[in-house]
Design a protein around this ligand. Structure first.
Ligand code: GLY
Ligand code: MN
Ligand code: MN
Length: 440
C-alpha cells in the first residue's frame, strides 16, 4: 500500500506559480517512461523531475496538463485501478484517488488521453511539451496534435506551436523557494554525513567498493531513496579519470581517495566531492596540490553573491588553476600563451560547477539569448575546481603524476553572498587528517 503524499499544498503552490508564466499557453508533462531491461527485469522507477515537481505523483504512464484560467485548470491522466496488476507492481492511485490525494481538478484514465487532450487543447495556439523524453508519450502527443490540426478544418491554421517545457520549467526549478530548499538542504546534509562516515572507514587495504557500501548505507539509513548520480570512488590515479565508476580497486597506502557521491532526498540531489589520503596523512606532493585547489575553491565560494555572473566563476577557476599549474611546474612559458592554447585544459578539463536541484545537473539556462546571466538569491549550484595529473604524463614532475584532486561543495545564493550547504563534510587538511581511518 502506498502512503498518500505528505504535502499536496507544496505541489499545488508550484502549479499556481508556474501558471503565471504560461501567458495563454497550456503545459503538458509526461511521466518518465518505464524502464524494462531486455531480460525482463524492471529497474526501480524514478519519476520525471518535472512531473514530480508539479504533482508529487510517482507512477509511470501518466500526464499532467495545466490550463491557467480554464475549467478544469489542472488535469491528469493516470493508470486505472487494477487489482491484479497491483498485486504484481504495487499500488495505483487510480483517477479518483489521484484527484483527491493530489488535489487535481479532473483526472481521467490514461486510455482517454487521445480523445480528452484534443478536447482540452482546442483553441490553444501554444503548448509547452518536452519531446524525446518518453517515446510512447510522444506518439500519443503526435496523435493529439494531428487530430487538433484536422479539427481546425479549412481555416488555414497549421499545427499548434510546441515550446519546450524543460526550458520553461527550468527557470522555476532554478530559483529555489523555502520548500525546495528544505529538501535541497536535507540532501546535502545526508550527503555530507555519509562522506564523513566514508572518511572514517577508509584505511589502506579497503576496497573502493566497500567505501561505496558505507556511503550507500548512510544514504539509505538517513532517508535517501537513491543516489543523484553514479558513485565515483576513485583511489590513486583512478581519480584522474573524471567519470571513473568501476569502484573495484583496493585503496593503497600512500594514495589519495577521491569520492564524488550525492544522496537524493525527495528528488533533490546533493553533489559532494572530497579528496583525502587513504592513510590519513597527506604527502608533501599531495599537500601542495590539495592546498592549491582548496584555496581556489574557498576563494570562489567567497566571491559568490547576487549579480555575479556564473561565467565569471568559470573564468576565475580556470585562471587561478592555471596559476597553480605554473607553481607546480606543470606548465611553463607565458600564462597568456598557455591559456590561449588551452594548455590548462589538460589538467582541468571541466567547468567550475553546474546548477543543482532535482537533477544533479539541474535545469535552468546558463545564458539567456546568448548573454551570460547573473546569479540570483535562491539559486543552488556546485563549486568544484579540480586538478588531474595523468599517471603517464612525462612532462609533469614525477612526484605529481597520478594525483587527482577535486573539492566540490553545494551552495545556495543568499541576498549578500552564499551559504555552503555541504560545509559539514571536512575539507581542511587538519580536519581530514584527524578523521580518516578513525572508525572502530
Ligand atoms: N558528480 C557529477 C558532477 O560533479 O558533476
Ligand atoms: Mn558536480
Ligand atoms: Mn560531483
Amino acid at each position: 500500500m502506498r502512503k498518500p503524499i505528505e504535502n499536496p499544498e507544496i505541489f499545488q503552490k508550484r502549479r499556481k506559480k508556474i501558471m503565471g508564466g504560461l501567458h495563454g499557453a497550456a503545459l503538458i508533462v509526461a511521466a518518465h517512461p518505464e524502464q524494462v531491461r531486455n531480460d525482463d527485469v524492471d529497474h526501480s522507477y524514478r519519476q520525471d523531475s518535472n512531473m514530480y515537481y508539479l504533482t508529487g505523483f510517482e507512477e509511470p504512464e501518466s500526464f499532467v496538463m495545466i490550463r491557467p484560467g480554464k475549467n478544469p485548470e489542472t488535469v491528469m491522466f493516470v493508470r486505472a485501478k487494477n487489482i491484479e496488476r497491483e498485486t504484481w507492481d504495487g499500488f495505483r492511485f487510480g483517477p479518483d484517488g489521484t484527484k483527491q490525494e493530489f488535489r487535481i481538478d479532473e483526472v481521467y484514465p490514461i486510455e482517454d488521453f487521445r480523445s480528452k487532450a484534443v478536447e482540452l487543447l482546442k483553441g490553444y495556439d501554444e503548448v509547452y511539451y518536452s519531446v524525446f523524453k518518453n517515446a510512447e508519450a510522444d506518439i500519443l502527443m503526435q496523435h493529439v496534435l494531428t487530430e487538433l490540426k484536422r479539427s481546425s478544418g479549412r481555416t488555414g491554421y497549421g499545427l499548434v506551436t510546441i515550446k519546450d517545457a524543460d526550458t520553461f520549467l527550468g527557470e522555476y526549478r532554478l530559483r529555489k523557494d523555502q520548500d525546495d530548499l528544505a529538501n535541497q538542504r536535507q540532501a546535502c546534509l545526508i550527503s555530507a554525513e555519509a562522506h564523513i562516515a566514508a572518511m572514517k572507514f577508509t584505511k589502506p587495504g579497503v576496497n573502493e567498493r566497500q567505501v561505496q557500501a558505507v556511503l550507500s548505507y548512510e544514504f539509505l539509513m538517513r532517508g535517501s531513496a537513491r543516489v543523484g548520480y553514479p558513485y565515483i570512488v576513485a583511489s590513486g590515479a583512478n581519480a584522474t579519470t573524471l567519470h571513473y565508476n568501476f569502484n573495484d580497486q583496493a585503496c593503497k597506502d600512500g594514495d589519495l581517495l577521491l569520492i564524488d557521491a550525492g544522496a537524493e532526498y525527495n528528488y533533490y540531489s546533493g553533489d559532494i566531492t572530497r579528496t583525502f589520503p587513504v592513510n590519513g596523512k597527506f604527502s608533501s606532493a599531495q599537500r601542495k596540490v590539495y592546498e592549491g585547489v582548496l584555496k581556489i575553491q574557498k576563494d570562489i565560494i567567497a566571491y559568490i553573491k547576487p549579480g555575479v555572473f556564473f561565467k565569471d566563476l568559470h573564468e576565475m577557476a580556470a585562471d587561478r588553476l592555471t596559476d597553480l599549474m605554473f607553481e607546480l611546474g606543470l606548465l611553463s612559458g607565458r600564462k597568456s600563451d598557455a591559456m590561449k592554447a588551452n594548455e590548462h585544459r589538460k589538467y582541468y578539463p571541466h567547468g567550475v560547477g553546474h546548477w543543482l536541484g532535482m537533477d544533479v545537473h539541474d535545469s535552468g539556462l546558463y545564458l539567456i539569448n546568448d548573454v551570460p546571466r547573473p546569479i540570483e538569491a535562491g539559486m543552488c549550484f556546485t563549486v568544484e575546481p579540480g586538478l588531474y595529473i595523468p599517471y603517464n604524463d612525462k612532462t609533469a614532475p614525477a612526484e605529481l603524476r597520478g594525483i587527482g584532486v577535486r573539492i566540490e561543495d553545494n551552495v545556495v545564493v543568499t541576498p549578500n553572498g552564499c551559504e555552503n550547504l555541504t560545509a559539514l563534510a571536512p575539507k581542511e587538511i587538519d580536519d581530514i587528517e584527524k578523521i580518516v581511518g578513525t572508525a572502530r
